[in-house]
Write a protein that binds this ligand. Structure first.
Ligand code: HEC
Ligand code: HEC
Length: 472
């Protein structure tokens, strides 16, 4: 009895403490802060946006003849059947939908997709009705830590059993086995609003921004570098690891990887096994009548979307905005960038607020996913743009949390956890022997000291930062 009472008192004290702690206020309600076209566009450009948005919402089946799924080319493997299925919150073009949305509460559509039109897929354990839309990558080829790297996306589902895929016997990857070998990592959709501004930002602007405040960055252990294209040497900026060069390339890749629709940018079917290929390729191609393709429409839609509109107004949010700068968040999550000259009305020399430097940073073992994409190594990620974060439901590359405070705390990792890579080659060219050697060694997260600053704030100040983030 006595012990019981002590336990009860302790629970009360802890409870009171929890009430005083800072809490993520959760996704902002009210109308979506984005989803429309860039406000200064001409009437013709607005019409183009609206048409492209319609194509972005189309649903794919294998044959393109199933009512309601009239766009063809789905599979043989896929993670979704429409761009808008995954890019949905708080409006078409956004991030993962979910049940906790104040705007459009829906369960994860990947659950229902498993058996659509007679398909026989089982839902992998990491896809749940309450969780985010996800895609899966395997770290190594066999799950052994010394095996060659894999890194690729493995489609969740196949078209086997579908009424429009008779004869296809392709089975799903062994997700349970790979999970047991700790070989699976996840990615959730990033929002697409305002990406035309990002695409049209000159490399020199990004370089100047990354080179700013160098002394302050160095003092806090922040460096950062850009991922670049092996083809033309310019900065790549799209995706969690800034792995993709342009919206057209991302659109083509997503159509092939997420939906299994081959197209003019990515013309070869993935997992094109015998019995599962039903259409001539590319499945999406330039129309002979109006010169458009689905992939091109997707890129146009993304290029012409308006960025999310922040609602920062309360004293707490405004205070949080200041603290976001003073503790050092803005050293990576850059406050503003300016576009170059644009072909679209009113989109030239626009200063916008993405809250990202679009550079890669070492984030340490807590966030490392073991995937290499271009220059991005196992623990490097593009600073996640925070515009629109106020109406998002899931955070971090794998969607591990819905709580902004947890997303912030996940930025830290022990300085004793190091990533090293070494590359040595030997070859003869131009009648000379070359043996180039490169080595890199980094320990812990570049954000460690900034998060220490954040943790040292008063509870009410941390709350101000959370309130500020939910106003974006
Ligand atoms: C099954 C869900 C799913 C579908 C369907 C899907 N995406 Fe995505 N999208 C993702 C995920 C996951 C990412 C993050 C990928 C990464 O960086 O690893 C992403 C990222 C993107 C990005 C990068 C944006 C940025 O922040 O840099 C673009 C662009 C994009 N998708 C366009 C599209 C288009 C166009 C379609 C339709 C052809 C599409 N997506 C269909 C899940 C999806
Ligand atoms: C060293 C650079 C760096 C610093 C400093 C930094 N961040 Fe980040 N932040 C990142 C990167 C990189 C990611 C993406 C990590 C991932 O998903 O694995 C991220 C992700 C986030 C996310 C999740 C966004 C999303 O799209 O899911 C939030 C919220 C966030 N940061 C807030 C903050 C706040 C608040 C601070 C300051 C207390 C801060 N960050 C400091 C680099 C940084």
């Amino acid at each position: 009895m006595f012990y019981l009472r002590i336990a009860f008192v302790a629970a009360l004290v802890l409870g009171a403490g929890a009430l005083n702690a800072q809490v993520d206020p959760g996704p902002r309600s009210g109308s979506p802060s984005a989803g429309g076209y860039y406000p200064t566009l001409s009437a013709a450009e607005q019409a183009l946006f609206t048409q492209a948005q319609g194509v972005f919402k189309e649903i794919n089946s294998v044959s393109g003849t199933i009512p309601g799924e009239e766009s063809g080319g789905l599979g043989p493997t896929f993670n979704g059947n429409s761009c808008a299925m995954c890019h949905a919150q708080p409006a078409v073009g956004g991030s993962s939908p979910g049940k906790k949305s104040p705007q459009n509460p829906v369960p994860n559509p990947q659950v229902g997709l498993a058996k659509l039109d007679g398909a026989t897929n089982t839902v992998p354990s990491f896809i749940t009705a309450d969780g985010p839309v996800r895609e899966a990558r395997f770290i190594t080829a066999s799950g052994q830590d010394s095996a060659p790297l894999d890194g690729g996306v493995h489609g969740l589902y196949t078209i086997r059993g579908r009424s429009d895929a008779t004869g296809c016997n392709l089975t799903q990857p062994d997700f349970a086995g790979e999970l047991a070998r700790n070989n699976v990592i996840f990615r959730i959709p990033t929002p697409l609003f305002g990406l035309g501004l990002v695409e049209n930002t000159p490399d020199s602007t990004l370089q100047t921004n990354l080179a700013a405040n160098l002394t302050q960055k160095a003092k806090l252990g922040i460096s950062g570098r850009f991922n670049t294209s092996g083809n033309d040497g310019t900065i790549t900026r799209f995706g969690w690891k800034a792995q993709n060069k342009s919206l057209a390339i991302f659109a083509g890749e997503a159509y092939n990887v997420e939906q299994g629709v081959s197209n003019e940018v990515f013309p070869n079917e993935r997992s094109a096994v015998a019995g599962c290929v039903f259409n001539a390729t590319p499945e999406d191609a330039t129309s002979l009548t109006d010169g458009s393709s689905d992939a091109n429409n997707f890129a146009v839609f993304m290029r012409l979307t308006a960025p999310s509109k922040p609602s920062t107004s309360t004293a707490s949010q405004i205070n949080g905005q200041g603290l976001f700068g003073s503790v050092g968040c803005a050293l990576c999550h850059s406050l503003s960038l300016t576009t170059g000259k644009s072909i679209f009305t009113g989109m030239s020399s626009v200063t916008y607020r993405p809250y990202s430097d679009f550079a890669l940073h070492h984030m340490g073992s807590n966030l490392a996913d073991g995937i290499n994409q271009g220059a991005a190594g196992p623990d490097e990620f593009r600073t996640a743009p925070l515009w629109g974060v106020g109406q998002r439901l899931f955070f971090l590359h794998d969607g591990r949390t819905s709580d902004l405070l947890k997303a912030i705390e996940a930025h830290t990792s022990p300085g004793s956890d190091c990533v090293s890579s070494q590359n040595s080659l030997q070859f003869k060219a131009n009648s000379d022997l070359f043996h180039p050697f490169s080595q890199s060694y980094t320990c812990g997260s570049e954000a460690n000291e900034v998060i220490e600053n954040f943790n040292a704030l008063k509870t009410s100040e941390k709350q101000d930062i959370l309130n500020f983030l939910r106003s974006l």
